[in-house]
Design a protein around this ligand. Structure first.
Ligand code: ATP
Ligand code: MG
Length: 227
């Protein structure tokens, strides 16, 4: 699997730093002929070689908004194709939350999109725009499937969260993923310690692990992937 971090906040790059490859995300939009893409360090024939590679967020991503979507989209799509040809099975792209050129380029190259959402007003108000953007980009990329929205950081004791969840289920019955993730400090602990949540030695991490695994199973099923 290759993970591309398109968010200048670089959270995924921090958490997955041990999988750094030396490749940077803005390079995927640069003028590099796809046949001269650097070969990755992964030896797919070696069972001890890591199975994940990070293409890290870098400051060059801040300049992307200056190039046109058609140019950024074409370059990114070529780069993804060159990466796929090196033998990776899955490419996971983490985008910035804003609907800019880099998110649009990712949606033009992707086969699937999953939107984690929070059940707070500031997050809810952006949902309509995300749904519209995905619908629009599907005209240019018809193979893109919207896997849906995952409620994240859900606080079961917060009546506002319950209300917002109900409203969203009514407004987007096909798009709400049933396996949400609660507000769980063990997830924040895991991200900060750069380990999967099932490596956190706390009883509370068990529930978080179940939720993350249920979400992964749901997503793999929708992508028709076997684990
Ligand atoms: N389910 C959760 N329970 C508790 N804390 C969480 C959970 N998910 C994420 N966090 C914490 O919330 C913060 C933001 O998480 P993350 O970077 O995954 O969110 P994001 O939606 O990608 O943010 P942004 O939209 O700004 O990119 C991090 O500090 C993370 O540790
Ligand atoms: Mg993020």
């Amino acid at each position: 699997m290759v993970v591309i971090d398109l968010d200048t906040q670089a959270n995924a790059s921090y958490t997955l730093q041990s999988f750094r490859s030396g490749l940077i995300a803005s390079g995927l939009f640069a003028d590099v002929p796809s046949d001269s893409w650097p070969q990755t360090a992964i030896d797919f024939t070696d069972p001890d070689s890591p199975r994940m590679m990070l293409i890290a967020s870098d400051i060059g991503l801040a300049n992307l908004e200056k190039i046109s979507l058609s140019e950024a989209g074409a370059k990114f799509r070529d780069a993804i194709k060159a990466i796929a040809e090196q033998g990776f099975d899955v490419c996971l792209i983490d985008t910035a939350p804003s609907l800019g050129v880099s998110m649009a380029a990712a949606l033009l190259a992707a086969d699937y999109v999953l939107s984690p959402i929070e059940l707070e007003a500031y997050s809810i108000q952006g949902i309509k725009q995300i749904v519209t953007t995905i619908a629009n980009l599907r005209k240019a990329n018809p193979k893109l499937k919207f896997l849906g929205m995952v409620p994240s950081k859900v606080d079961a004791r917060n009546p506002r969260h319950g209300r917002h969840l109900q409203e969203l289920e009514r407004a987007y019955p096909q798009l709400m993923i049933p396996t949400g993730v609660g507000l769980r400090s063990s997830i924040a602990d895991a991200l900060a310690s750069r380990v999967p949540v099932w490596k956190i030695k706390k009883t509370a991490a068990r529930k978080a692990t179940q939720e993350i695994r249920a979400l992964a199973t749901h997503v793999f099923e929708k992508m028709e992937m076997t684990q």
